[in-house]
Every structure is written in structure tokens, then in C-alpha cells.
Design a protein around this ligand. Structure first.
Ligand SMILES: [Zn+2]
Length: 291
């Protein structure tokens, strides 16, 4: 383990966590969420190490006995769980074992930190056990749930966590670019269903004008696809950037998507739930993937 905060574009989130460390005011449970591959697991690790490090700085020293124990995975105050090898879900026995470890008396009353990686994939029983834990956490205990998707986590758990969002990297990489929104629109069609849901959430938090620009790009991609299907070349040289998925989709589905995006554009002006609409559109695209 490297005892430096990762150089991710999520410096705002890191600064916020460092502030908590310097003030020593923590919530009982945190939910770090966002798309895969954005280093939120490492941020959780550094957060945990900074809390437990004897020197109590914003950056863990990497030298003290606590840091060394963390490094060697032998720290008694650290509990980490993730799905066991070959299994997709975290099971109830793992959560029970974690609860037991957290309830042991801690040395010098110091903090105990639990990190649950893959918190979007627990069995139902495991979620119920987890709920008990976040409802009544043992004293001086901090629970960090790390999840790439939140829609599978029961709301009763989510509502008891302080939520820290790690937006898709694409957001940060492209934000400064003029064509950022267009890339997001392409990503919406070419990415995985998980990425689409992350984008739906991300876009819905944008300003009205950026939401509209995003929807216009979606429409332009869909329209170009329609023209192609009925035998007109449209937007020369742009075909490569369009998702193969759309090219293979039946015309009827493309028209349905166009209708849905139009509807969303109209409703978005009336402050309707943009995220929900985009998620519904995502579901139609997911169906195309299955065909
Ligand atoms: Zn240390």
C-alpha cells in the first residue's frame, strides 16, 4: 500500500475527507460511489490509514506502528471485506464476521474502520445484517461502503450513510473541452449499462443548458443513424464515432429513442426528473444490447 493520496481528478472529495480528518469529526458510515476505475477504493484506504495513523495528519506517515500494521494487513482495527474469490456477492457470514470483529474492545479506545468493497453486491441477508450495523454501529467505528452502483443498495442503508460521489473520469477529463458534452452523448450509446446509469446521474446534476446540449447531441446521433438506415449518408466521416449498437438497432427502436429524448427535452424545461428519464432511456438501450 502506498501512503499517499492518489492523484485522481477527485481532489475536491479528497480535500473534504482531509478536512474531516483534521477536525476529527466523522459520520458513522460513508458511501463512496461512482463508476469503476476511478480509485475510490484507494481513497477509502487512505482515509482509513489517515484516521488510524498515530500522527493523525491529513497524510498517513507510513512509518508508525499503525501504518506498518495497515501495510501488513495485520491492524486489529481494520476490517476489510469483498466478495470471496469466485463469488459474485458478499455473503452474510462475511458481514457477521465483520460485525464480530468491530464489536471487540478496541485498544486505547481508538477507531475501528471497516471497508466494504463491492458494496453494491451483497446478498439480501447480508444487506439486512449490514443495515443493523449501520443503524447501531459499535462505538468509535467507521464503516466505509465502496460501490460502483448504488441502485442495488437498500435505501435504508443509503440513507444512513454520508454519500461521497466519485464522478466518472470522463466527466473530469472532458469537462474543460469544448466537445465534452458530445463525447458524453456518444458514451451514452457506446458505454456499458453501468456507465449509462452513471452518466444519467452525472448529466442530471448539470446546468439546464448543459443538459439540453447533451440531449441535442443524443438526438443528432440518433437522427444520423435514422438517415443512414433509410439510405441517406449523413454527417460524412462521423460514422466511426457512432456506437455500433445503434447501427444494428431496428429503425423502430431508434424512432422510439428519438421520441423519448424529445419528450425529455420538453419535460426538462419543467424541472422534471431528468435522471429518471435518462435511466428509462438507458433501459431501452440495454434491451437493444440483449437483442
Ligand atoms: Zn502512521
Amino acid at each position: 500500500m502506498i501512503f499517499n493520496w492518489p492523484q485522481t481528478p477527485h481532489q475536491k472529495q479528497i480535500r473534504y475527507l482531509q478536512e474531516l480528518i483534521s477536525k476529527k469529526t466523522f459520520a458513522h458510515a460513508y458511501l463512496f460511489y461512482g463508476s469503476r476505475g476511478n480509485q475510490k477504493e484507494r481513497v477509502a484506504e487512505l482515509f482509513m490509514a489517515s484516521i488510524l495513523c498515530v500522527n493523525q495528519n491529513e497524510v498517513p506517515c507510513g512509518q508508525c506502528s499503525d501504518c506498518l500494521q495497515i501495510k501488513n494487513n495485520t491492524h486489529p482495527g481494520v476490517v476489510r471485506i469483498q466478495a470471496e474469490k469466485g463469488k459474485k456477492y458478499i455473503g452474510i457470514t462475511q458481514v457477521f464476521a465483520m460485525r464480530k470483529k468491530l464489536s471487540l474492545h478496541s485498544f486505547l479506545n481508538s477507531y475501528k474502520v471497516a471497508i466494504i468493497e463491492g458494496a453494491s453486491d451483497l446478498t439480501l441477508e447480508a444487506y439486512n445484517a449490514m443495515l443493523k450495523l449501520v443503524e447501531e454501529p459499535p462505538q468509535n467505528t467507521l464503516i466505509i461502503l465502496v460501490a460502483s452502483a448504488v441502485h442495488t443498495i437498500p435505501l435504508t442503508i443509503i440513507s444512513r450513510c454520508e454519500k461521497i460521489r466519485f464522478g466518472p473520469l470522463i466527466e473530469n477529463d472532458l469537462r474543460e473541452e469544448e466537445n465534452g458534452i458530445e463525447h458524453l452523448a456518444q458514451e451514452f450509446f457506446s458505454g456499458s449499462s453501468e456507465q449509462r446509469f452513471a452518466l444519467a446521474e452525472h448529466v442530471s446534476c448539470e446546468s439546464q443548458s448543459r443538459i439540453d446540449a447533451f440531449l441535442l447531441h443524443l438526438l443528432s446521433l440518433l437522427r444520423a443513424c435514422c438517415f443512414e438506415k433509410i439510405g441517406f449518408a449523413h454527417g460524412s466521416g462521423r460514422g466511426n464515432s457512432r456506437a455500433a449498437l445503434l447501427s444494428q438497432a431496428p429503425l423502430g427502436k431508434i424512432l422510439l429513442l428519438i421520441e423519448k429524448v424529445y419528450q425529455l427535452r420538453r419535460d426538462a424545461e419543467n424541472n422534471s426528473n431528468v435522471r429518471l428519464h435518462l435511466e428509462n432511456i438507458s433501459l431501452i438501450i440495454n434491451e437493444l444490447e440483449l437483442q
